[in-house]
Design a protein around this ligand. Structure first.
Ligand SMILES: Nc1ncnc2c1ncn2[C@@H]1O[C@H](COP(=O)(O)OP(=O)(O)OP(=O)(O)O)[C@@H](O)[C@H]1O
Ligand SMILES: [Mg+2]
Length: 258
């Protein structure tokens, strides 16, 4: 029996997929193609903690200016400025080089900010640039591993976003591969899928250490309230290829419908 408390993502359908939410003090990767909703999902996770659960959050970004988060969050009805005033949120823009030095020495800016607000959640948006710091994949793996561990030691539950370069189908980019998928505790993939000449969004939890999880590929949407996860794609096969085929009636009869 499992009674470990869970860290809600703020997305009910995703919490269900994760058997209640993330496990505390774990590193959780959300990977996906450009524009598919990684930052939105991450902001929702931070908002859920700061606004609903008294768990302050830090957004660490290497690419976007903080103003962009305030603006985008406001579009979903999340008042990040107010949360910042109440010391429940900080948005920090840094460079991977500075963050690395920061994490290696006590008293760096990130560490200071985490302590200042007693952060419980951190969104790193995205880890992709950070991964370009190392030269070889062994060095890179060590770097990401110690970065994640330093955050866990401070009691944080981590959500990392990562870009995958392909729009549809399999990601073939193996450059700067830090093997991050092996390092993290959970791995969720966001995909675009073409079905009947329309593009839809798909979400799948590929791994979750120490926990059962949903293995269905589900559809998700982004609207004025953020991310909503809905039903699994039915009657389709090859979703992860990006261009699924409708299953034949005999296949559905034999294997899908009971
Ligand atoms: N208020 C909104 N209502 C509906 N859809 C929205 C809204 N705001 C954003 N979106 C959708 O979300 C997408 C962008 O989401 P987001 O920035 O989270 O993606 P991302 O994966 O982080 O992108 P990137 O790879 O550029 O960092 C937009 O392309 C748009 O389709
Ligand atoms: Mg983004």
């Amino acid at each position: 029996m499992e009674y470990q408390s869970r860290i809600s993502t703020g997305i009910r359908g995703l919490d269900t997929m994760l058997n209640g939410g993330y496990l505390p003090q774990t590193a959780n990767l959300v990977e996906g193609a450009p524009g598919c909703g990684k930052t939105t999902l991450g902001m929702q996770f931070i908002h859920e903690g700061a606004y609903h659960r008294g768990e302050p959050g830090l957004i660490l970004t290497f690419e976007q200016f903080p103003q962009q988060y305030y603006r985008d969050a406001a579009n979903f009805g999340w008042n990040f400025r107010e949360l910042e005033r109440k010391n429940l949120l900080r948005v920090v823009m840094s460079s991977p080089e500075v963050t690395k030095i920061d994490m290696e020495s006590i008293g760096g800016m990130v560490t200071h900010t985490l302590r200042e607000i007693k952060a419980k959640r951190i969104l790193i948006d995205s880890i992709s640039l950070f991964e370009q710091l190392g030269t070889g994949s062994v060095e890179l793996r060590d770097l990401v591993y110690s970065f994640i561990n330093a955050l866990k030691r401070q009691g944080l539950t981590i959500l990392l976003t990562r870009e995958s370069s392909c729009l549809l189908g399999e990601d073939t980019n193996t450059q700067n591969d830090s093997n991050i998928h092996f390092v993290v505790d959970s791995y969720t993939m966001l995909r675009y899928v073409e079905i009947e000449s329309a593009i839809r969004r798909a979400i799948i939890v590929l791994k979750m250490r120490g926990s059962a999880h949903d293995t269905h590929i589900r559809q998700f949407d982004i609207d004025s309230h953020g991310v909503t996860v809905s039903q699994p794609f039915e009657g389709q096969e090859g979703i992860l290829s990006g261009t699924p085929k409708r299953m034949t009636e005999s296949f559905i009869k034999a294997f899908v419908r009971k």
